[in-house]
Design a binder for this molecule. Sequence first.
Ligand code: ADP
Ligand code: UDP
Length: 244
Amino acid sequence: MPNSPIAPGTPYEGKAKILTPTATPGIWQIFFKDDATAFNAQKRGEIRGKGEINCTISSHLFQFLEHQGIPTHFVRQTAPNCMEVHALTMFALEVVVRNRAAGSLCRETGLPLGLELAPPLVEFYYKNDALGDPLLTPDRLRLLNLATPQQVQTLTEMAQQINGHLCRFFAECGILLIDFKLEFGWNDHGQVILADEISPDTCRLWLAGESDPVQRVVDKDRFRHDLGGVESAYQLVLERVLRR
Ligand code: ADP
Ligand code: UDP
């Protein structure tokens, strides 16, 4: 089996969420915090109401994806900022899908911000804070035994399918899905399942039809780059997701 950062059953406090086992075996509660971090936790802050907003958006998107046939860890939302999920053994991977150039892709390649990428890029990063979550080549992925070749293929195909569904979903909200990060785990049957969260913390989202490079941003880049209006941007995404 591939390397894994946390074994099922162990309480865990991360940068944005707290995971605790519930009385039901195999079911964990995830509490979404208002804490915000960026640049590998070098920048820290709080976004008021973020926990509730991200939990509600994630719950909504997981249910939408389940309806599209994507297996997710979602069981139910138990409070505005709490979700019950199936406990999984996680891949130590961040799977990033990019529809347009932004963030590290622009910084590291010089590609212009917003360049359309067809087909979308699917990239694997090593989920390892101490190493700064480096981008992996296929050979390094294999070397580190972070997933089997078959699992890498499954993860790639699932990420592509999820991207198709989410692009359509957000387009119906008047929002462009620029890029996003997914995390996956596997259950006792070895089935690969979408986990963690999908929210303005983990997606780049731009208002469709808005050309102003600051006004159009409705995601964590407002926090990362001190653009102001962080809470109202998250609130806007929530309202559009719920209204769709
Ligand atoms: P980080 O660990 O990067 O600080 P978070 O604060 O978001 O991030 O912590 C959530 C942790 O929970 C992550 O390590 C993530 O991989 C893990 N996780 C998410 N969903 C599940 C799940 N269903 N089962 C087990 N672990 C999960
Ligand atoms: N992302 C994330 N968690 C991470 C790293 C990236 O949710 O630890 C998301 C980020 O919000 C963006 C996408 O993954 O939507 C691609 O991020 P990128 O590689 O451009 O890194 P960044 O420049 O955002 O640090």
